[in-house]
Design a protein around this ligand. Structure first.
Ligand SMILES: [Zn+2]
Length: 178
């Protein structure tokens, strides 16, 4: 129950709808939920419509709490989706340099998106990725909200997603999230 004051709201009472109980029974889950919460706090401001961010936040907490899905994968999907919602959607349609649409096998942080093999090799900071990694990034950005955590990928892809999403998040938000 919120009451609007002159400069801010004050909270009078509250009632829990969903506790995400399993977060407190597993240290890895708790750590992941805590890290995600820190990021959410940093990207939202009071009185700003954050419906999509809230929806993503709740979906992510639910998936961490109620499923045994790989936590690094959940984290990576969350980061790509969040960055896309708040205005840092990478260019995943074509090579950010030469505009060709096939053989996209690098992720460029300098140019915010995919690069073909030829252009990717010339971009020192770009990271080479497997076709599955490219597809997982695209899916994380484009799929309907309810299907966000519905896929799994091989371990090597999770490794690449973890590295790319971490660097991209830290660069865009100018932070150093662990
Ligand atoms: Zn190119």
């Amino acid at each position: 129950m919120l009451f609007k004051g002159t400069n801010s709201y004050s909270m009078n009472s509250c009632e829990t709808i969903e506790m995400f109980y399993n977060l407190r029974t597993d240290l890895d889950k708790l750590t992941a939920a805590s890290n995600i919460t820190k990021i959410i706090v940093d990207v939202t401001t009071e009185n700003q419509n954050s419906y999509k961010v809230l929806q993503l936040f709740l979906n992510t907490l639910y998936t961490i709490s109620e499923t045994e899905k790989n936590i690094d994968l959940i984290n990576s999907i969350f980061k790509f989706r969040l960055l896309s919602i708040i205005g840092f959607r990478p260019n995943i349609k074509e090579c950010t340099n030469c505009k060709r649409t096939d053989n996209l096998s690098y992720f460029s942080f300098r140019d915010n998106g995919f690069k073909c093999e030829t252009c990717g090799k010339l971009d020192k900071g770009a990271i080479q990725m497997l076709p599955e990694t490219k597809d997982a990034i695209s899916y994380s950005i484009l799929c309907p909200a309810k299907k966000l955590f519905s896929f799994t990928v091989p371990d090597q892809t999770i490794k690449e997603l973890t590295i790319i999403s971490k660097i991209y998040l830290n660069e865009k938000l100018e932070r150093d999230y662990k």
